[in-house]
Design a protein around this ligand. Structure first.
Ligand code: NDP
Length: 266
């Protein structure tokens, strides 16, 4: 039986097993997908593959450590310098990919055409590394990043040739606000100097929750009509990992169905 898992800390609330088991069942593929919570990423990862594991998803806080493993990296993984998808080929060679970027782009495309939008990305952690190159490929009209720790935003801005802003700058006027901080998990807002949003603006929170996140509620109050959480991104990045591992992309209908099931079960 093919074995997959998500590895990170914490992972207890991960919905990845449900998503992958659903795709596998619908596509007639037998697999087991489990969760590995560890404080020793590299040894847990090696142990999993030594015991015959086929593939891993990597979540916080290990995406950059996963990239540092001796592996063949896909182009998008090299661009991100962070990996969320690992697998062994027939010869026992490790491969690394990053599907977060394609995940958020596919989900955002359900709501808007990114190509003509001005984007403000809030947050400069591991998730941002995967997201930035994928969004950049969509050729937004403007692409800025801001972060609580200003230096991290400046570093990513320099690395990816986008614009660094400061939390105290006047940050009004963007079309698409993406919150890639983990602040919503603590029910707090990232501090940014924004006092209004246009009706047509989109606020996207990478975090997902049973109720609208504090970021979504804040954006709604400031005028944005479209406020979305990251559950769709989670499903899309999972579908892409599934396809990378098994060569079979779950159809849009399957992705929509599992998204609805998860939404009900949250
Ligand atoms: P990291 O730990 O690497 O980065 C956390 C980021 O959040 C940093 O920019 C940090 O700022 C910022 N931050 C944390 N708390 C606050 C706060 N109170 N106020 C302002 N900024 C804050 O995490 P990741 O980048 O890997 O992940 C970020 C979030 O995105 C996580 O919650 C994760 O679950 C979610 N995610 C969702 C995915 C999906 O598929 N839906 C996929 C990937 C991630 P600073 O640098 O100043 O510390």
């Amino acid at each position: 039986m093919l074995r997959f898992a998500v590895i990170g800390n914490p992972v207890e609330h991960s919905l990845s097993p449900q998503i992958h088991h659903y795709f596998a069942e619908q596509l007639g593929i037998e697999l087991i997908y489990s969760k590995i919570e560890t404080t020793h990423f590299e040894s847990a990862c090696n142990g999993f593959f030594l015991e015959g594991g086929a593939g891993l998803n990597v979540t916080i806080p290990y995406k950059q450590q996963a990239f540092a493993l001796d592996a063949n990296h896909t182009a998008r993984c090299n661009a991100a310098k962070a990996a969320n998808t690992l697998w062994l080929d027939k010869n026992g060679k490790l491969h690394a990919d990053n599907t977060d970027g394609v995940g958020i782009v596919r989900d955002l495309q359900k709501y808007t055409d990114i190509s003509d939008k001005s984007i403000l990305l809030i947050g400069a952690g591991g998730a941002s590394r995967g997201i930035i190159p994928a969004l950049k490929q969509q050729r937004p009209s403007r692409f800025s990043i801001v972060n609580r720790s200003a230096m991290k935003a400046i570093e990513l801005a320099n690395e990816f040739s986008i614009e660094a802003r400061h939390v105290d700058d006047d940050l009004n006027g963007y079309d698409l606000l993406i919150n890639s901080t983990s602040a919503s998990l603590d029910f707090v807002l990232p501090s940014v100097n924004i006092d209004y949003l246009d009706e047509g603006a989109i606020a996207y929170d990478c975090v997902y929750h049973r109720e609208p996140t504090v970021f979504m509620l804040w954006a709604q109050k400031l005028g944005a009509k479209t406020c979305v959480d990251g559950l769709g991104m989670l499903v899309e990045q999972a579908a892409e990992s599934f396809s990378v591992w098994l060569g079979s992309m779950p159809a849009p209908e399957l992705r929509k169905n599992i998204l609805q099931k998860l939404r009900v079960g949250l």
